[in-house]
Design a protein around this ligand. Structure first.
Ligand code: PSU
Ligand code: MN
Length: 320
């Protein structure tokens, strides 16, 4: 190959040409205001319509009310959109065939011109490409139960090991193996901070999982200091800020926990595995709890969005 063409093709391997950052987000990044990324799998596959669309809007509103700027991320029209217009948000929320796009699937989704909803892993990656440091969601993926037989470990954990974005979440659902997930995070050197007076790693619908994080604090200045120090040291890993579901929303925790156990048994009996496992379990748990799990889910994501917006503002102020 002509050496100049070769040089050009090397230089052109930049993700920038695939990113479409909306004006508000661009401006906020330029002015060093806080920006909070939001994933779209939670909209397309994690919640039913129209709760998903309303929640998507409410999360953006909460982030704005805290003085930060939301950036919901999704793939369509061969671009990774960072910040969605009203119309694009609706397209994701109503789509029946949006792909669940983890990091592995980003290239395929773009190349095939599919509509893609980004998971924690791909949202983190895209956020980092755009210069966004904080991301709010409900729960991250983790080590699945029976992972010793299935090898099913979410790419979210690998992304946390290599991408310096802070994920504000309510821990992981007990549809997963929480102790193994926490161990994996430790092995891969991910800062795992519990946002609480007590060092109890949360279990999504309930405040405590029985596992511990690395450290606990309710002081976001301290959290920001740890993130900044990690960055200065050049450590590649991300940070988990695990926020327990607010007490007033976890009254049905035990009921939901029983539904999870039943859904897990059904998934096993019906041999539902791989990428299909999480959406199946989530929708089955919703049915079994008469919608109570969905209400709790919405409440905890909103709580996380608020905390993430506050953290993003502190980080932005420190860097400006
Ligand atoms: N956990 C939830 N709700 C979700 C997910 C996880 O409580 O919607 C989604 C997130 O997008 C997460 C993904 O990144 O599932 C993990 O899927 P997998 O295990 O296939 O990596
Ligand atoms: Mn998996």
């Amino acid at each position: 190959m002509n050496p100049f063409r070769r040089l050009f093709s090397i230089q052109s391997t930049s993700s920038a040409s695939y990113l479409k950052i909306n004006e508000q987000v661009k401006q906020a990044l330029f002015e060093k205001k806080g920006v909070v990324a939001l994933e779209s799998t939670i909209i397309a596959h994690g919640m039913p319509y129209p709760t998903n669309l309303n929640t998507g809007h409410e999360l953006e509103e909460i982030i704005r009310s805290e003085g930060a700027v939301p950036a919901t991320i999704a793939i369509m029209d061969k671009k990774i959109h960072i910040g969605l217009s009203e119309r694009k948000m609706e397209r994701i929320a109503k789509s029946k065939d949006a792909l669940k796009v983890s990091r592995r699937d980003i290239a395929k989704c773009l190349a095939m011109n599919s509509v893609g909803a980004t998971t924690v892993a791909s949202t983190m990656w895209a956020a980092h490409q755009a210069g966004i440091r904080v991301f709010a969601t409900g729960g991250i993926g983790g080590v699945h139960r029976y992972a010793d037989q299935t090898f099913d470990i979410s790419a979210d954990l690998q992304e946390l090991a290599t991408t310096p974005v802070t994920v504000v979440c309510a821990g992981v659902k007990s549809i997963l193996d929480i102790p193994k997930t926490v161990e994996y995070l430790e092995t891969h050197s991910v800062n795992t901070i519990v946002y609480s007076e007590k060092n109890a790693f949360p279990a999504f619908f309930t405040q405590e999982s029985g596992s511990k994080g690395q450290f606990n604090t309710k002081d976001l200045e301290k959290v920001a200091r740890i993130i900044e120090t990690s960055k200065q040291l050049g450590l590649p890993a991300g940070t988990i800020l695990a926020c327990p579901i607010p007490l007033e929303h976890c009254g049905d925790g035990r009921l939901i926990e029983e539904a999870i156990q039943q859904a897990l048994e059904e998934a096993k009996a019906e041999n539902i595995t791989g990428q299909a496992a999480t959406p199946f379990l989530l929708s089955r748990v919703k049915e079994l709890t008469g919608g109570k799990s969905l209400e709790a889910n919405v409440a905890l994501v909103k709580n996380n969005a608020r905390i993430a917006a506050r953290l993003a503002k502190i980080l932005a102020e420190r860097s400006s």
